[in-house]
Design a protein around this ligand. Structure first.
Ligand code: CP3
Length: 343
């Protein structure tokens, strides 16, 4: 059955009738239905309650003709499960109260029995699949090792990533121990999701664009590759990152089925450099969704032209849907992509 979904076919570079589309953060604050639930619960409560996570996952699926659902959760959920204290402040992003900056703190992280501590994630996946009832495939996800490690040592969002870079360059042994531990968690966490029923995986390496190719190759690539190899090609893997114009060829070596790019590079240029033996996902600037239907249409057509009808393009934004996005623009985007990409 899986092979009939155009999203899964495109991940594996098979011919499709129209270009599939889903959106990062397709469930979120731009939806009135999301804000109504958010008023009553903390963000982590929403992630940890299967009935709520299911309802939110389905909100955009019931509203738009999207080609895939993505589990409602956050990349920091497994981080909290290993003993890191996280607070999600509205509009401010996550803050970590006990960042890991020493060998002792690193050793104190408890990575055993992850499955028991994230049981709600598997429960959510099973409940979502029941409710989706085969309508569209479900994507699971994890932060990639470097992005999670950055959060854990920086303690929150960072402008210059100097804490993680200092660790990398001045205390490489601790850095490598941290990455080994996190890569293991990421792999376990993704296997739990696949076992529960997700049909594809996206690895979010949102912060990796801060690195030189040298550092990426030496300090990040081996761990991302280890995770992708460890999944053993059971489901397609999308490897997404932003600001990666200098890293695309190296990212390819991590071995995913699909590479997700942002809007800072043209899709045809990126695809040519990656090679057509890997599928590509992207790459409309989310800010274009704040513009008129006409502008959205022009920009969608440009991206589709650059993809040139090649098998293996999944339409998405270059990053998540912005909270101020008008709902009717998302509706229009999905329709325009389907209309203009019909083979
Ligand atoms: O894409 C989806 O719809 C699935 C759900 C999802 C969320 N976060 C929901 C969320 C996914 C896949 C993520 C991934 C995530 N989380 C990333 C990687 C992608 C990216 O954006 O680069 C990162 C870096 C995080 C960490 C994180 N979580 C940040 C920076 C924030 C705050 C940003 C903001 O918009 O306020 C969160 C909170 C968060 N995660 C929200 C949602 C819907 C907003 C929570 C709220 O309602 O207050």
């Amino acid at each position: 059955m899986d092979k009939d979904y155009r999203f899964l076919k495109a991940c594996l570079r098979k011919e499709v009738d129209v270009t599939p589309i889903w959106l990062m953060r397709q469930a979120g604050r731009y939806l009135r239905e999301y804000r109504a639930i958010r008023k009553k619960h903390s963000f982590l409560e929403m992630c940890k309650t299967p009935e709520i996570a299911t309802e939110i996952t389905l909100q955009p699926i019931n509203k738009f003709e999207l080609d895939a659902a993505i589990l409602f959760s956050d990349i920091l959920v497994p981080v909290e499960a290993i003993g890191i204290e996280i607070e999600f402040r509205e509009g401010k992003g996550p803050i970590i109260h006990n960042p890991v900056r020493s060998k002792e703190a690193l050793e104190a992280l408890n990575i055993s029995e992850l499955e028991e501590r994230v049981f709600f994630v598997a429960q959510s996946i099973r409940l979502i699949q029941q409710e989706l009832n085969g309508k569209v495939p479900l994507i699971g996800f994890s932060g990639a090792p470097f992005t999670l490690a950055s959060y854990i040592v920086e303690g929150g969002h960072s402008r210059d990533y100097l804490v993680i870079k200092s660790l990398m360059h001045r205390e490489p042994l601790i850095y490598h121990l941290l990455m080994e531990k996190i890569a293991k968690i990421v792999l376990d966490y993704l296997k739990i999701q696949i076992k529960a029923g997700v049909q594809a995986i996206q690895l979010f390496d949102s912060w990796v664009g801060c690195l030189s190719p040298w550092d990426y190759e030496k300090y990040v690539l081996p761990y991302t590759k280890q995770v992708i190899d460890g999944l053993g090609r059971k489901v397609p893997v999308i490897h997404f990152a932003t600001g990666t114009s200098g890293l695309l060829e190296l990212m390819k070596r991590a071995g995913s089925d699909v590479i997700g790019i942002d809007w800072r590079i043209n899709l045809d240029v990126a695809w040519r450099r990656i090679g057509y033996d890997v599928a590509i996902q992207g790459n409309l600037d989310p800010a274009v969704l704040l513009a008129s239907f006409e502008e959205i249409e022009i920009r969608v057509k440009d991206i589709l032209k650059r993809a040139a009808g090649r098998p293996g393009h999944i339409f998405n934004l270059g990053h998540g849907v912005l909270p101020k996005t008008p709902v009717e623009n998302v509706q229009a985007l999905v329709e325009i992509v389907h209309q203009y990409s019909r083979r």
